[in-house]
Ligand binder design. Sequence first.
Ligand code: AMP
Ligand code: MG
Length: 349
Amino acid sequence: MLYFSYGKEMYRLKTEKLSTSNKDIARAAALLKGGGLVAFPTETVYGLGANALDGSAVEKIFKAKGRPSDNPLIVHIYDINQVSSLVLEVNDNAKRLMEAFWPGPITIVMKKSDKIPSSVSAGLDTVGVRMPENPVALRFLKACGVPVAAPSANTSGKPSPTLASHVAEDLDGKIDAIIDGGQCSVGLESTVIDVSSEVPMLLRPGGITFEQLTEVLGHVVLAFECKEGAAPRSPGLKYQHYSPSAPVYVVRGDFDEYVIQNSKKYEKVGVITSNKADYPSNCIVKRFDSEPASYAANLFAYLRSLDGEGVQVIFAQDIDCKGINLATNNRLYKAAGYKIANFKGGRLI
Ligand code: AMP
Ligand code: MG
């Protein structure tokens, strides 16, 4: 295999582009079992997988992504029988969630067993476990036969990848292989819920909604807002995420008027909206329809694509927090670094 060195780092020259054929899935699994890194599609976003039981393989994930070491990884499984060796206990709340939502876009945080290397859990005494429902992900995980630690397959801080080409943009030459399974159907990272203590805590909103969770568990505490001064419970949440290079503003109130007035200050402007107005000619418009699932599925691709077109600023229309919109909003606000423009009657309020 060919490598080149840059400073102290060693990079592979070539990332294998694999299909979803049985032969390619077997190849991908062999690379992973040999200690390598393989990006694979799931219904949420593309994951960057390593053998979760191999601490040194897991450390390569942090290097390739430039991920801070205090940000834990999710462990992916294909069979519910794999859970028992990864955690100390599967309590009633965990059982209810697994029964209702696995396989699916939800990560369940439980007290970890000694089998989980501390690099996976970032030194915490808990581990997040997920069984995805994407058939390609399940075939790959089964071929691996080991639990697979996988965060999103992007450079840390960039929008998560929802296409194989997004993974290649960020990680080509830094990882062993990418399995191309087309577009991710949910398009946002999994819901993360911590059931390791008595009161379930929703650490990250995602494809399984708050409403669905409360139906199964009763009381669920929202624990994903990063209020100033308070340490967020989910370590990854303190970092700015999902950000394109251009600054993003979430616009509340009179969206069209805001865009018309403020786009004059720039040469090229990105606009994300469901409105049908005619925007100035220097605006590149990404129009989402009224179907919330379709906005969720496309948000990250919009951000990457606007970046690719070289816009200087992105104006995104605010949306409500019902159902999947809670998760879309969460990612949008993070991409914006919480920059909000409240615009009414021709001026900022
Ligand atoms: P990613 O898949 O890239 O979104 O990264 C996984 C995210 O899951 C992390 O950033 C954390 O926010 C969350 N997570 C994973 N394991 C745990 C855990 N043990 N406790 C709390 N949050 C976790
Ligand atoms: Mg991520």
